[in-house]
Structures are given as structure tokens and as C-alpha cells.
Write a protein that binds this ligand. Sequence first.
Ligand code: GUN
Ligand code: ZN
Length: 446
Amino acid sequence: MTQAVHCGAPIAIRAAAITFTGDPFTVGASAMHYESDAIVVMSDGRIVDFGAASSVASRLPVGTEVTRYTGCLISAGFIDAHVHYPQTSVIASYGKQLLDWLNDYTFPAEAAFVDPAHASEVARFFLEEALHAGTTSCAAFCTVHPESVDAFFAAAQSLGMRVIAGKVLMDRNAPEALLDSARSGYDQGKALIARWHDRDRLSYCVTPRFAATSSPEQLDAAGALWREHPGTYLQSHIAENRGEIEWVRKLFPERAGYLDVYDHFGLLGPRAIYGHGIWLSESEFARMHDTGTAIAHCPTSNTFLGSGLFRLHDALKPSRAVRVALATDIGGGTRFSMLSTMHEAYKVAQLNGRSLTALQAFYLATRGGARALYMDDRVGSIAPGMEADLVVLDLASTRLIAERMRHCENIEQALFVQMTLGDERSVRATYVAGALAAVSPGRATD
Ligand code: GUN
Ligand code: ZN
């Protein structure tokens, strides 16, 4: 692992490449641009040239070093739109559904983040693990401790990554050690925004955990904090588990439903991201569409915690399409790899009687995720002017994948094999802001 470098002479990489110029859910296969032999040129953190190697090679700046990745595919780096970095040690905790899982495993693990040294160690581990999986951006929950946010932003800044993160707000229904108050949560959030928001590639996110752990006063203060700082994000959870939904209904009997709780406190709109949304109604999807609010679909978490099957195709109904991104939800989720997450999203769609194409899955993990997060003008696709966050996938990373790939007849089939059988082992290299940030252990470029 090396630290990202933001300036210097141009560098270039050469391999097959895919990127999206549109939405495959609405326009089909024409949304993807595929080059069987491409060169991507990067300088000062951005992509400065991209196209067929035969044409880009002839206009490369003199002295540009070209790294060739034989048998590989370049894509925009993956975007994980909902993740809890302090839950890294909670992954693979046995036998509970959401509310018991929170009490028995998650809250005790989060209490340890009162220690800044622990927070720094886990933040670094988490981000390095993400980079090894080809994930270059994420929207992360920290813990209630402001120190957990300092640790995460400091680690992401040193790696040059574009991340969204914030301090969890909880003033009720959680262990004493994890509670703040409406006032202290607001004040700490304000100080964190002043310290971190818009520094380098960092964005602050106002983060009420979910309606059940915040009082009406705290949700009101969260809305005020978000409104007072344009450009910041807001993230929370919604309609994940039936027991959770029933609990929220009892806590807010005067509201029409779960989404209406957040709506009432001004917590919907562009740059608001809600995890899960499994049990949302038609009118709630329509309200999310109208307000430009995004859903982070977390399939490995939803199957692992037995929460239910997110109706992706319903959420994307063209007449009122909701912005949807893909996410791991570590540690309810079980994989850092967005390839594995695409695989699980495919299975969830199948169980809903629908099919998710490989193009749609790769779109959700790149440009579609960036669009849901209102950052598609910066990341999520390969084009001059975009920030140079890239993943290089080895298309034959295991013996089985190599064998299966021999039977693929086109790029769509090849991408489907990668998302179904691939994982961290598929990632040959990851570039962040135009610099090599991770390379798979034991492998060298050709
Ligand atoms: N709802 C409230 N908190 C959490 C959390 O940490 N993980 C998941 N999956 N759902 C939640
Ligand atoms: Zn979550």
C-alpha cells in the first residue's frame, strides 16, 4: 500500500476498459462504452485522456509511462454507498436479526471507539481493505464519538480518497456510553463540519442512526444542522426489518409512516442517503423520487440479517425512479467486495422474480452510485476531467474463473462471470486520484 500522490508527470494504464455514459436500466446496452484495448491517462489526480489504445498512444505526452495490464479490465473505482467502518470486527456475527444484532454485537463494538488510537487503527484497516476490493469511495457511518470521525477522515485524507462520513447521532434507546443529546450532537456535528467538510475530497454527513434512536428534538436538530450547511450529506436507515418498523410506528404514532418521520423533520432531499428501504410503500418510493432522496441497496446485509428482499426494479419504476446505489453495509453485510455485492443483488432480484443484468449491476456500483450520491460529475466513470479513481480487474483471477471465461462470447457474459465468481482476488490494482493505491499481493504488472 502506498500513499496517493496528487501531482507529477502523467501516468497511463493500458487494458480493456468499460465505462457508462448513460443508465442501462433505461437505455439498455448502449449505456456502456467498451474498449477491448484502451489507454487511460492520468495527471494531477484526474483523467486527462481515454480511448482506444491505437488513437491515445499517438497523442501521449512525451515520456508518459504506460503500465500494461494484460488480461485485465479497467473500470471506474467502485462506490459503496452505505457502510459502518466501526463494525469491521462485527462481520460474521451469528444468529440474530437487526435489533438483537445491534444490542448484542454492534453497540459493544462501537463503544470501543471512545479510544482514538483504536479508531485510527480500524479506520486505516477498513480503508485499506476497501481499496484491496477496488472500492475507491464510500459513505460511512462512524460512531457517536467525534474522535471516530477525526480518525476516519484523517485516514481517508492520507490515502487521497473521496469519502462521505459523519458522527452517529443517538440520544435514546442505546447504551449510555453511546448516547449524545440533541444539543451536544448538533454542536459536535457543527465543529466536525468546520474541521473536515470540503477539505480535499472529504464530505461531512449528518448521521442520525435511525428514527428509533433519536428523539424528535434530535431529529429536528439534525435537520437544522443539515440545512445550515449546504453541500453536506445526510444518512440514516429506513424500513429494513419488520420489528424495527413496528417500533418506529409506536415511537412516532402521529406520523403517517416511517419515511414521513424523516420528512417531517426535513431530512429528505438531494444528498440524503437511506440504507435498505426494503419495506417502503409505493407512496414512499414516490416521495423519495420527488425529493431526490437516495436509497442504498445492501443485499449481503439484507440476506445475512434476514431482513427481506429489496424491490430494486420497483424502486426504479421509470415513472418515479428513485436514485439507488449499491452498498455493503459492513458489518451487517458480509463482504467488502462490490463484485460479491453485485452477485448478491442479482440473487435478491431473482428471488423477486426479476433479473439484474451485469451492465446494470456494474452501473449501480460505479456511475449509478455516483449519481445517487450527486457526485457523478466527479467520480463513477472514465472520461477526461473526471477524478482518476480506477479499479483494474484481473479477468482470470482464479482457476475456475479462467476456465469459465473461455466460454464467454461477449463482454456482457464476461462481466456476469466476474460479478458472480469474482471478489477481492479479482482486483489487480486500484488507483486513487491518479496514483496506485493498492496492488494485489504477490502480483506485478507485466
Ligand atoms: N439500523 C440502525 N443501525 C443499524 C446498523 O448499524 N446496521 C444496520 N444494518 N441497520 C441499522
Ligand atoms: Zn447500516
